[in-house]
Design a protein around this ligand. Structure first.
Ligand code: PLP
Length: 394
């Protein structure tokens, strides 16, 4: 492949050149002092990104899905009750995983496009006076619908109910791109993967665990081995990693954290918001609805756009890829065919976002969708030109 456009899928993201080089390293002995130069700074850096001082970072070979499984299997026992909402493909899949682990899931159905229903969770938790619910699941950023949920509000609801359940948060498409506060929000297990905000290839499940989750692990009876927190937390120079680590990706993660911190975590969040606002201006100019129904829940990493009646969003995605070599996110699950998604996370600039908007316009025009070519680009340009200048070379 000699010519490669940026991708506009909501992860894996485009990989900055320096991170690709950091992953590409000769074999080192993962029981040597060389590995000690990689792993400890990575764990400390992940804790800073998650904003936890009291918790621990654990990194498994895997991806976000492995992180989900680690959260469940390390803290819960067969038959335990968990509370979750079905409001998008990823929250739905996590529910499926719970069931396959023999957990009892109380599911709150919410419209796909709405945020996690904190009010309903609050009522359920308040009514659960015997504290049967052992864990509450929250998808911070539902990548299928482009919806961000209020995890701080969820924690407040749990506290108001005086409920001791563990709080697990899927931050797969938010962590390192949008504000995430593990300690402030009382998150017991926070989950992401290497291929989203950290801008790396897929291959790592990045997990933050609270003291409460670590305590729960002692009595949890779900089987686990590869994803056992205990082996990871017991790691020391003598015992080493419990199995062969993905050294190149861990070295990449060290470089990614340095890159994020050089820009500044808040500046990274501000850049994502800025790029996202430009994309949203373009969508408004096209006259197409957002899948996300409430402006306060618009995601800064992915925008899901509802296609006009009779137009298959997945046909649009296929056409854009075939004709222009540009990838957008397809609609998933209940919104398959109804939406397409523009991913805008990772190291994206205004210029790249404009290219993604312009190409989407061409592909939509090809399919006879009645948008004025250039309208979205013009709206995004206006927004970017009139907004404070952000770093363009990060
Ligand atoms: N959760 C969310 C919100 C996601 O967006 C994804 C993947 O896109 C996952 C979980 C699954 O993560 P992975 O594909 O890394 O296993």
């Amino acid at each position: 492949m000699s010519i490669q456009n940026p991708v506009f899928i909501p992860g894996p993201t485009n990989i900055p050149e320096s991170l690709r080089k950091a992953c590409d390293m000769p074999t080192i002995d993962h029981r040597s002092s060389l590995f000690a130069e990689i792993l400890p700074p990575v764990l400390a850096g992940v804790k800073r990104v998650l904003k936890t001082e009291t918790g621990e970072a654990i990194i498994f070979p895997g991806s976000g899905t492995g992180g989900w499984e680690a959260a469940l299997s390390n803290t819960l026992s067969p038959g335990d009750k968990v509370l979750a909402a079905d409001f998008g493909m990823f929250s739905r899949k996590w529910i499926d995983m719970c069931r396959r682990h023999g957990l009892e899931v109380q599911v709150v159905e919410a419209p796909w496009g709405a945020a996690l229903p904190v009010g309903e969770f609050a009522a359920i938790l308040a009514a659960d006076t015997e504290h049967q619910i052992r864990a509450v699941l929250g998808t911070h950023n539902e990548t299928a619908t482009g919806v961000r949920s209020d995890i701080g509000g969820l924690r407040a609801a749990m506290d108001a109910a005086g409920h001791p359940a563990l709080l697990f948060v899927d931050g797969v498409s938010s962590i390192a791109s949008m504000d995430f506060r593990m300690d402030d929000w009382g998150v017991d297990v926070a989950i992401t993967g290497s291929q989203k905000g950290f801008m790396l290839p897929a291959g790592l499940a990045v997990v933050g665990v609270s003291r409460k989750a670590i305590a729960a692990m002692e009595t949890a009876r779900l089987p686990r081995f590869y994803f056992d927190f205990r082996d990871m937390l017991a790691m020391n120079p003598a015992s080493g990693y419990p199995y062969t680590p993905v050294v190149g990706l861990l070295n990449g993660l060290k470089a990614a954290i340095a890159m994020i911190e050089a820009e500044g975590l808040d500046a990274v969040f501000a850049r994502h918001h800025h790029i996202a606002e430009g994309v949203r201006e373009a969508v408004r100019a096209w006259g197409l609805p957002f899948c996300a129904t409430a402006p306060e829940s618009y995601s800064d990493t992915v925008t899901a756009i509802v296609m006009p009646e009779g137009i298959d969003g997945n046909a649009f995605v296929a056409h854009a890829e075939k004709r222009y070599g540009v990838s957008y996110g397809a609609g998933l699950g209940a919104v398959a065919g109804k939406v397409f998604r523009i991913g805008h996370l990772g190291q994206l600039t205004e210029t790249q976002a404009l290219a993604g908007i312009a190409t989407a316009e061409m592909a939509m025009a090809d399919l006879g969708i009645g948008i004025a070519p250039g309208s979205g680009v013009a709206a995004a340009q206006l927004f970017y030109r009139s907004s404070p200048v952000l770093a363009q070379r990060v």
